[in-house]
Design a protein around this ligand. Structure first.
Ligand SMILES: [Zn+2]
Ligand SMILES: [Zn+2]
Length: 413
């Protein structure tokens, strides 16, 4: 070790000296290790070096006083986390780049072996300090809170792990969309057109489900992830549609899901219903988003140009088990690629025909446009119910009766 080179970095604190060599003195902390290294240097060179090399922690040229700031950082972290009921945490630090490169050249003077990085001592000692003061458990993998300390500005960026709750919903109210829908005119800021709500529709399945969750978890924001979605004016019946609601930055984590389920269902009776609420991991969201399955629909269809139920039934029979070709419907062509997709129609049953209204029960492959299957969309869907019964048929009411999760597939288009 070249003493003159070491001197060019002085003064430094004992911890920064100790970190240069992790192998000196088993079981010592960096400060004690620093004393060991200083002793060795003094013996090798036969002179006292303390005055010349070592500074108070706050005047250190290697860490720029950050080691002496550790108690302050511990307080900042505890303060930032105090509003959140968490049980595990992790510490991270942002350290000025120039400091890190000075530290690297300082450590290289002491040999090939790389010492402990400054950030690692900061993270460890701040973590221990927080643990001792709060009894929260430090956890590397997937903790409830991650506190990133920017050591240049003494600020904390606190990330709180979201809560994810999965359930199924039914929708009986044919006026609510699945998710919040920001007003077209103001993009959610609030304007005259939307009565300053920022929303195109006053309620959504998302907003009705989220309300008691936001109260209970005291969170800032929620996201709603559905396994597909039905049209606004379609009901979602049967055993419902799976969804995951994500609560961002929740202050409270242990929610009573059955109480919340009751609150949602009581308040929104006849509009929506949820069931089977349970906590899940984040990984359920992409799983849900990538799952598609056959669906069964109940539709009310107006029929003009054909009066006999027998001929409707014949047309339905000819579609059952048929693969149709469906070009992207006109009504969505402005936002979807113009493609022709083959879709399997598992079955169509005509259950009633009165006046000019027929009720059909249709089971079809995921991604089938049901309205166009019935109307033909001016020839873009072929064959269609209209073309086979040779009449003008139009869906007036559409409900999703069932998602056949026993026949699920990976999404591929
Ligand atoms: Zn230092
Ligand atoms: Zn608006």
């Amino acid at each position: 070790m070249n003493l003159n080179e070491i001197k060019s970095f002085a003064p430094f604190c004992l911890s920064c000296l100790g970190r240069t060599c992790g192998k000196v003195g088993f079981g010592l902390d960096n400060r004690e290790r620093g004393i060991e290294i200083l002793n060795q240097l003094e013996i090798q060179n036969g002179v006292d070096l303390y005055e010349e090399l070592i500074s108070e922690d706050s005047n250190c040229k290697i860490c720029d006083g950050l080691i002496s700031e550790i108690p302050n950082f511990i307080h900042l972290v505890i303060d930032s986390m105090s509003d959140y009921s968490i049980s595990t945490f992790k510490i991270g630090t942002v350290v000025d780049k120039d400091l890190l490169s000075t530290e690297a050249s300082f450590q290289s003077v002491f040999g090939e072996e790389i010492g402990e990085p400054l950030k690692s001592q900061l993270n460890r000692e701040i973590g221990i300090g927080v643990w001792k003061a709060t009894e929260l458990e430090a956890k590397m993998d997937n903790p409830h809170a991650v506190a990133i300390i920017d050591t240049s500005y003494d600020t904390i960026n606190l990330e709180i792990k979201s809560l994810f709750i999965e359930g199924n919903y039914n929708k009986y109210d044919r006026t609510v969309p699945q998710t919040r829908w920001p007003c077209n005119s103001c993009k959610g800021y609030g304007c005259k057109k939307c009565n300053d709500t920022g929303q195109l529709y006053p309620d959504s399945v998302q907003s009705l489900v989220a309300e008691p969750f936001i109260d209970a978890a005291s969170c800032k924001e929620d996201l709603f992830h559905g396994m597909g979605r039905e049209d606004i004016d379609a009901a979602m019946l049967g055993s419902g549609r799976p969804f995951v609601i994500e609560l961002r930055m929740p202050r409270v984590r242990n929610l009573d899901l059955s109480t919340i389920e009751n609150q949602i269902n009581k308040k929104n009776e006849s509009r929506i219903k949820v069931n089977n609420l349970k906590f899940v991991e984040r990984s359920r969201v992409p799983e849900l988003k990538n799952t598609v399955c056959d669906k069964t629909y109940r539709v009310d269809v107006s029929v003009f140009g054909e009066d006999s139920i027998e001929s409707l039934k014949k047309g339905a029979q000819r579609l059952t088990g048929t693969v149709i070709e469906q070009r992207t419907p006109m009504r969505v062509s402005h936002r979807r690629a113009d493609l022709v997709r083959p879709r399997l129609i598992n079955s169509i049953d005509v259950t009633s025909f009165e006046g000019n209204m027929a009720e059909l029960i249709i089971r079809a492959q995921h991604g089938t446009y049901i309205r166009e299957l019935v109307s033909g969309d001016e020839g873009r869907t072929n064959p269609s119910f209209s073309s086979l019964v040779d009449a003008t048929c139009k869906v007036e009411v559409l409900d999703v009766l069932n998602l056949h999760l026993d026949a699920k597939e990976e999404k591929n288009d």
